[in-house]
Design a protein around this ligand. Structure first.
Ligand code: C5P
Length: 418
């Protein structure tokens, strides 16, 4: 479990548990929150009660569990308006398609929906549902409405679900939800130049399946992207990190979405919008296999090896850079080049439509790809800047500071790059 980034103890979370197979994971979430010193009050919907019992919630929180809108006892103890404002944060977990629709429509026909309508506190939801329900235009419209009203969203993750379908819809893991809660509650304690900004970072390679056991990949370690995510969070940004398969611990205070393929990475990035900043540090595979075999491809003695037909992957950087209402104010791409680095990178900046390019020389003799150090040229609309060779963490820190200065021209860390 990740530690809370700054002390959050003594604060109260009002946790609304809705009906869904994933509701059992809420028990683990409560343990993570109470261990960090948070007080957790729970509200259990009628459907939620089919999956977890009031007794489990009461045992883990040490608090009364609220269930009914019209309970005289509850009204004597605390009215629903007071209850809705009694926490520092309202969390809906799991957030079903149904509660999202009712929140978006402003319904108030049970205790949970009434609290969500009456509250003056921030709200965070952790959606979980079948992939088709998640992808449905109605759910996506409700999600956009809720986001536009300032509701924070963690997940869902992409993966195999209880219904045996695969795709986005699986509840984010409890540590990721806890991190988002800690992050929000800690925010006032760490006002940085990027406080109130949402940054999206991609990192790592992608794996493009050939069959259930084989895939196409590259040597990216993900280190530079993870450092950038951490550095942006340290300056106060709310950070969503969309990562391909890597062997790195999740950065503290960052919401992490793990994906495998480029197509999943694009979907997770689009889900994370709107954001103010996008930094695409992932080494996205350029192609995927046209027809992924559903069974392991057998080698047959004497037969020719199978021919793989490759088709281009979506370009996530170009997609995020496309002008439109959701385009981040600042989009930063990376360019790994092996010759005429600056010219190629400058051309890439224009071709992809991004604002800045962080270019590096990845000839094997530089040791940059997969290594701890980096030597970059930052290309902006104003020209190119060569930075000296430094650790990837320092590159990330300086880049985050440059990003902060883009939004707050007065911002200066007082540190020089050389
Ligand atoms: O085209 P190239 O791979 O050289 O571009 C590198 C930049 O574009 C990086 O920022 C990388 O994260 C991004 N990219 C992407 N989606 C792709 C290919 C590259 O976001 N399919």
């Amino acid at each position: 479990m990740q530690a809370a980034p700054t002390p959050v103890g003594g604060r109260t979370v009002l946790l609304i548990v809705c009906g869904g197979i994933a509701a059992y994971k809420t028990l683990e979430l409560i343990r993570l929150l109470t261990r960090a010193g948070l007080r957790v009050r729970t509200v259990l919907t009628a459907a939620g009660k089919q999956f977890v019992t009031p007794l489990s919630l009461q045992a883990l929180t040490g608090e009364k569990v609220y269930e009914d809108l019209f309970s005289l006892t509850d009204e004597n103890e605390m009215g629903h308006i007071a209850l809705s404002r009694s926490g520092d944060l309202l969390v809906v977990c799991p957030a079903t398609a149904d509660i999202m629709a009712r929140m978006a429509a402003g319904l108030a026909d049970d205790l949970a929906s009434t609290l969500l309508l009456a509250t003056d506190k921030p709200v965070l939801i952790a959606p979980a549902m079948n992939v088709r329900m998640w992808d449905h235009a109605a759910t996506q419209a409700n999600l956009a409405t809720l986001r536009a009203r300032g509701v924070m969203v963690v997940g869902p993750e992409i993966g195999l679900m209880a219904c045996n379908e695969t795709g986005p819809g699986r509840l984010a893991e409890p540590p990721a939800i806890a991190e988002a809660i800690f992050r929000h509650l800690a925010e006032p304690a760490i006002p940085g130049p990027l406080a109130g900004r949402h940054a999206l970072v991609t990192a790592g390679p992608t794996h493009e399946p050939i069959d259930p056991v084989r895939y196409l990949a590259n040597r990216s370690s993900g280190r530079q992207g993870y450092e950038v995510a951490q550095a942006l969070a340290a300056l106060g940004a709310r950070v969503t990190l969309v990562s391909g398969p890597v062997d790195l611990p999740p950065p503290t205070g960052v919401t992490l979405h793990r994906v495998e393929t480029a197509r999943q990475m694009l979907a997770a990035c689009r889900d994370a919008l709107p954001c103010d900043i996008a930094v695409c540090a992932a080494a996205v595979a350029d192609w995927h296999v046209a027809a992924e075999a559903t069974r392991k491809i057998k080698k047959t003695a004497g037969a020719l090896p199978p021919a793989l037909t490759l088709v281009p992957n979506p370009d996530i950087l170009a997609d995020l850079s496309t002008p439109g209402p959701n385009r981040p104010a600042l989009v930063v791409g990376f360019a790994a080049e092996t010759d005429t680095v600056e010219q190629h990178a400058a051309a890439k900046r224009l071709a992809k439509g991004c604002d800045w390019i962080v270019a590096n020389d990845v000839r094997p003799e530089t040791g940059i790809m997969g290594g701890m150090e980096n030597e970059i040229i930052l290309i902006t609309g104003d020209g190119a800047e060569q930075w000296p060779r430094m650790g990837k963490q320092d590159v990330a820190t300086h880049l985050a500071e440059r990003i902060a200065a883009f939004f707050t021209p007065d911002f200066s860390s007082g540190r020089s790059i050389s």
